[in-house]
Design a protein. Structure first.
Length: 333
C-alpha cells in the first residue's frame, strides 16, 4: 500500500510538468486560434473583445496561472472547435477510445502470447519460422497503410464489413449507460445493436491488434527461449518433472515479465489516443478529437489530451508493477 501511495503521489509532479510543457508549446505554435474560430473577415473589435473575454490578452504567465487554477477546480476550458466544455467532450469520447483499444489489445494478447510460447517451445520448427516471418512483416507494416488495405478489400471489394463511418450507421444510437456500445447493447438486451456495433468496431480493432501483435509475439518468443535455457529449467527437467509443468508452470511465469511490460506500454499509448486508427475509420474517440483540435489550433483540448495521456500512462505503469508482484514473488521483497 505504501508503494502504491508513493506512485500516486509521483503523479502530481508529472502532471505539473505536462501542464507546463503543453501550455507553453501550444502558445508558441503559429496561427491565431481566434481567426480560426471567428473567421478572418470578422471585425477587429469583435476579435479584440473576444480575446479579452477569453483572457488571451493577458501575459502568458498569467494565462498559465489561470489555466492551472481551472484544472485544479475541474475546469479544463472550452473546446472552440466543438463549442463544448473540454470535460464534456472527453467524457463523451473516452468510452469510444477505451472500447476500441481494450478490444484491440485483448485480441493482440490472446493471439501473441500463445504463438510466441509455441514458437519458443518448438524452436526452429515450421511454426516457429512462420511466426517469425509473420512477425517481421507485421513490424514492417505501417498502421495507416494496413487500415486502408483492410477498408479497400473487406469493405470496398468484398462488402464484408460496413464503411468506416464511426461506431455505427448514420443515426445509430444507444441509451448511454457506460458509453461502451457493446456493453450497453447487452445491458439493454438489444442483440441487433450488439452485432451492428461489433461489425463497425471490427476493422479498427483488427488494425490495432495486428500492429501490436507482431512485436509482442517476437518479444514473447525471445523471452521464453531465454527462460527455457536457464539453469533452474534444466535442473527441473533433469529431476524428471514433466515437460508440460516445466514449460507452462515454471518457465512461462518468468517469461511473462517482459511481455507484461510491453503490454503496459502498448495500452498506455493506445488509451492516450489511437490517432491514426480513429482518423482512418472516423472513430469518434479522443484521438480524432485531438487531431481536429490541433488542426484548429485549439489550446484547451490539446493540453487536456496531453494531461490525460500522462495520467493514463502513470496509472497503467502502476498496474504493470502490481502485476509484477503477482508474477514474481521476489519483487515483493
Amino acid at each position: 500500500m505504501q508503494y502504491i501511495t508513493k506512485r500516486l503521489l509521483f503523479l502530481f509532479p508529472v502532471m505539473l510538468g505536462v501542464l507546463v510543457v503543453t501550455f507553453f508549446i501550444a502558445r508558441i505554435l503559429p496561427g491565431d486560434p481566434l481567426f480560426l474560430m471567428l473567421g478572418k473577415e470578422i471585425d477587429q473589435d469583435l476579435i479584440d473583445r473576444t480575446r479579452a473575454e477569453m483572457g488571451l490578452d493577458k501575459p502568458v504567465v498569467t494565462q498559465f496561472y489561470i489555466y492551472v487554477r481551472g484544472v485544479l477546480s475541474g475546469d479544463l476550458g472550452m473546446a472552440w472547435h466543438t463549442g463544448n466544455p473540454v470535460t464534456y467532450d472527453m467524457k463523451f469520447r473516452f468510452p469510444a477510445t477505451f472500447e476500441l483499444t481494450t478490444l484491440g489489445l485483448l485480441v493482440s494478447v490472446a493471439v501473441s502470447i500463445p504463438f510466441g510460447v509455441i514458437a519458443a517451445v518448438r524452436r526452429d520448427g515450421v511454426l516457429d519460422h512462420m511466426c517469425r516471418g509473420v512477425s517481421l512483416v507485421g513490424v514492417s507494416l505501417p498502421s495507416f497503410w494496413l487500415g486502408l488495405v483492410l477498408i479497400y478489400f473487406l469493405f470496398y471489394k468484398l462488402h464484408i464489413f460496413p464503411p468506416p463511418l464511426g461506431r455505427g450507421p448514420i443515426g445509430f444510437a444507444l441509451p448511454r449507460i457506460t458509453g461502451l456500445y457493446l456493453v450497453d447493447s447487452l445491458l439493454t438486451g438489444n442483440i441487433g445493436a450488439f452485432f451492428t456495433s461489433l461489425r463497425y468496431i471490427t476493422l479498427p480493432m483488427v488494425t490495432l491488434a495486428l500492429v501490436n501483435m507482431a512485436p509482442l509475439t517476437r518479444l514473447t518468443r525471445s523471452s521464453m527461449i531465454e527462460v527455457l535455457g536457464a539453469d533452474y529449467v534444466r535442473s527441473a527437467r533433469a529431476a524428471g518433472i514433466s515437460e508440460r509443468i516445466v514449460t507452462y508452470r515454471l518457465a512461462l511465469k518468468n517469461a511473462l515479465l517482459a511481455p507484461v511490460t510491453m503490454i503496459g506500454l502498448m495500452y498506455g499509448q493506445l488509451l492516450a489516443g489511437t490517432v491514426i486508427a480513429e482518423t482512418i475509420f472516423s472513430w469518434p474517440g479522443l484521438g480524432l478529437w485531438a487531431v481536429n483540435a490541433a488542426a484548429s489550433n485549439d489550446y484547451a483540448p490539446i493540453q487536456a489530451f496531453a494531461l490525460l495521456a500522462a495520467v493514463l500512462r502513470v496509472i497503467v505503469f502502476l498496474i504493470v508493477d502490481l502485476v509484477y508482484f503477482a508474477i514474481d514473488p521476489r519483487i515483493r521483497y
